[in-house]
Design a protein around this ligand. Structure first.
Ligand SMILES: [Zn+2]
Length: 428
């Protein structure tokens, strides 16, 4: 499962390779999961809502709602064609793709600096200000946004045409090309293909920024409205209250989800991370350290692998109660937490294939092509992350503890449906 270091590594590659390019087209959008098993769990990969509930809310039949929903999503991907992929950001494990009209790209980056809110103290953060902060921070700097959560097995891959079949669990295909002002006669435009592949069920949430939604659907600008209706005519779409409602509910879902994301231990300064830990020691008294680390509403983006690694490096048992952490241990936890996450981002995350965790194996660019077909974690260019070689406890049950002068062996234990790995000798 991709955690903060993996998602950040993906973001860095996409930023380097694709940001600043124009979306040429989105030739393929598949709304339903490929896997019949996951179909039972979630009817649509793009679908964050209960259909029955939504149809009641909007006062239409369930079928009509689903039709409006699917048409709206197709409209979104048609609409971003010709727009610039202006930036990519991360909030916890969410990736946010921003698409902006060519003439607006400069303007929006200026606004961005002004609207980013100052860090507030943890105690003062109420839900209301959190939602406002979230909107100001993430949802006011682009016209169209695609919010992606990779969940268990989602992958974003940059491929050559034909390298991966659509039927290989692909849900979204986007073609990018360089900005037209750089185009020179006689030079063939080199396109980049981005795929979203998922063997299970990730989340793709396409939304329009609030004021842009007004621009598209608003009554005041009826001339614009006509223009857009004409553009989308091949899609047999007409703007209606229903479709606007679909985008408004999607927007709300995204705001709520992003507002729940806690402090980012990778981006934020050390003092702020420490503050969250110290506050949790007071509030979270009887909960275990592992559960605290895994709860994304405190510190965002830490999952099973890194929660185990952080606990071992700090010398704390994963099931140690938060209230029993001394001030010294809280400071050590802050330091080691950041050390582990930064190290993992520097190694481009953790891919758990056996051949990669072997320290002597070398990975070259040619292998990347076949790597893309794997369902393990991959960077968009197909390369695996190499942090598996640095793992101290995760996946090492029965092996010697790596702490100097410790003779313990790593133990694996089930906890709340997940695996804990720790050394009973030096973690307490
Ligand atoms: Zn040990």
């Amino acid at each position: 499962m991709p955690e903060l270091p993996e998602v950040e590594s993906i973001r860095l590659v996409l930023e380097r390779r694709l940001v600043g390019r124009v979306v040429k087209k989105c030739p393929f959008v598949r709304l339903k999961p490929w896997n019949p098993a996951s179909e039972r769990m979630l009817s649509h990969i793009f679908h964050p809502f209960n259909e029955a509930k939504m149809s009641v809310l909007l006062g239409v039949s369930q079928k009509a709602y689903v039709r409006a929903y699917e048409a709206s999503l197709r409209y979104f991907f048609k609409h971003i064609e010709g727009k610039v992929f202006s930036q990519i950001r991360r909030s916890g494990k969410y990736l946010l793709f921003y698409f902006t009209s060519l003439h607006r790209t400069e303007q929006s980056s200026k606004n961005d600096a002004i609207t980013t809110p100052k860090a507030r103290s943890v105690q003062k953060e109420t839900q209301h200000t959190k939602i406002q902060d979230t909107e100001a921070k993430f949802l006011s700097s682009g016209e169209c946004l695609l919010v992606v959560h990779l969940k268990m097995a989602g992958q974003l891959l940059i491929v050559e045409p034909g390298e991966i079949n659509r039927s290989d669990h692909v849900h979204l295909m986007m073609v990018f090309e360089r900005m037209s002002k750089k185009r020179r006669i006689g030079i063939k435009q080199e396109s980049q293909w981005l795929l979203y592949r998922d063997t299970r069920f990730g989340e793709l949430l396409p939304i329009f920024e609030k004021s842009y939604l007004n621009e598209l659907f608003g009554v005041e600008k009826s001339r614009n409205l006509e223009r857009h209706v004409r553009i989308s005519a091949p899609l047999k779409m007409a703007f209606s209250k229903r479709q606007r409602a679909v985008f408004e509910t999607l927007y709300l879902a995204v705001v709520k989800r992003l507002a729940r994301v806690g402090v980012d231990p990778y981006y934020e300064v050390k003092a702020r991370v420490y503050k969250v830990i110290a506050a949790a020691v007071m509030k979270y008294s009887d909960k275990a350290l592992y559960d605290f680390l895994m709860d994304g509403s405190y510190l965002a983006g830490i999952g099973n692998i890194y929660a185990n690694e952080i606990s071992h490096l700090t010398g704390l048992a994963p099931l140690r109660k938060m209230r029993l952490l001394t001030e010294k241990e809280q400071r050590e936890l802050t330091t080691h937490l950041r050390y582990v996450l930064k190290g993992a981002v520097a190694s481009h995350g953790t891919s758990l294939d056996k051949s990669i965790s072997n320290k002597n194996s070398r990975i070259n660019g040619k292998q990347a092509v076949s790597f893309k077909k794997s369902t393990h974690f991959r960077l968009p260019d197909g390369m695996p992350g190499t942090y598996a070689r640095t793992l101290r406890v995760y996946g090492r049950a029965g092996l010697q503890c790596l702490r100097k002068q410790c003779r313990g062996k790593i133990v694996k234990q089930r906890h709340a449906g997940r695996s804990l790995y720790f050394c009973p000798q030096c973690q307490y």
